[in-house]
Unconditional design. Structure first.
Length: 271
């Protein structure tokens, strides 16, 4: 189990300076509360905090453990976090006097498990830190950093920058729209196939001319022949490309860029 973070579609998340909105949790104007739930506002932002053992004084919340929260503008989700285990005293201390380094240390510790982090329709910066995480950029031109562990990274639509970092990482593609020259081409910066990294294309229908979900046929560095479902690689002096033709017109419908000159074999792909 780990932490799950979701961002509303019309907002964005930059985890390079993310602090779980500690100031909002500490500054919330409480409208109702009990031992497990707090509801209130920070300006026009509605905040619902979940937890256990909450205790209060005339100054507001003073004790207990925060396990998650949801923030909304009206009915529109701004952000939600679940799976936390943060003491209220720690949150208050960090919000009032914590250094940036101290806040980041708490965030990294909280995200050391098997976490699920979902970006927005805009450009997000997502970090998995430790653990076997799942990072999904959704829309926009995102930057995803898996950190340590065996992570799954899905950029989604847009030209995304993907860094698996440590561990055996899987870069997941669910549609040709996830990476092509029309909507944006992804770049993978540290792919290590020999170390266990993989490119998962199994959700993409390789041949749009049939009524089933076909697997790609890996043809190495050969040119497209005009047969739908071919996957080819092109190694250049300082970079590498992967191309896929799903309709047999010898034009790439899917395109993927690697920032290094790589020798990519069939075994590095989940077809």
């Amino acid at each position: 189990m780990g932490v799950t973070i979701r961002v509303g579609g019309e907002y964005s998340l930059d985890m390079s300076d993310y602090d779980f909105d500690l100031s909002s949790l500490e500054d919330v104007y409480i409208s109702s509360y009990n031992k497990t739930t707090i509801s209130g506002y920070v300006g026009s932002l509605k905040v619902v905090i979940n937890g256990k053992g909450f205790s209060y004084s005339s100054d507001g919340l003073i004790g207990g453990t925060v396990t998650g929260f949801t923030e909304k503008y009206g009915s529109a989700l701004y952000a939600s976090v679940s799976g936390l285990n943060l003491s209220v005293k720690t949150i208050i201390k960090l919000a009032e006097s914590g250094s940036v380094a101290a806040v980041q240390a708490v965030v990294k510790t909280a995200l050391s498990g098997t976490d699920d982090i979902y970006g927005s329709n805009h450009s997000d910066v997502l970090f998995g830190y430790n653990g076997n995480d799942t990072l999904s950029g959704n829309g926009g031109n995102d930057r995803l950093f898996g950190g340590a562990g065996n992570d799954k990274l899905t950029g989604g639509i847009g030209g995304d920058d993907l860094f698996g970092e440590g561990g055996k990482d899987t870069f997941v593609y669910k549609s040709v729209s996830d990476s092509n020259d029309r909507l944006g081409v992804d770049t993978i910066y540290d792919f290590a196939g020999a170390g266990g990294d993989r490119i998962d294309l199994s959700a993409i229908d390789a041949n749009t001319k049939t009524g089933k979900n076909d697997a790609f046929a890996f043809i190495g560095s050969k040119a497209f022949s005009g047969s739908a479902g071919e996957l080819r690689v092109e190694k250049l002096a300082s970079e590498t490309y992967v191309y896929a033709d799903t309709n047999g017109d010898k034009v790439a419908d899917f395109q993927l860029h690697f920032d290094d000159p790589l020798v990519l074999s069939k075994g590095f792909f989940i077809l």
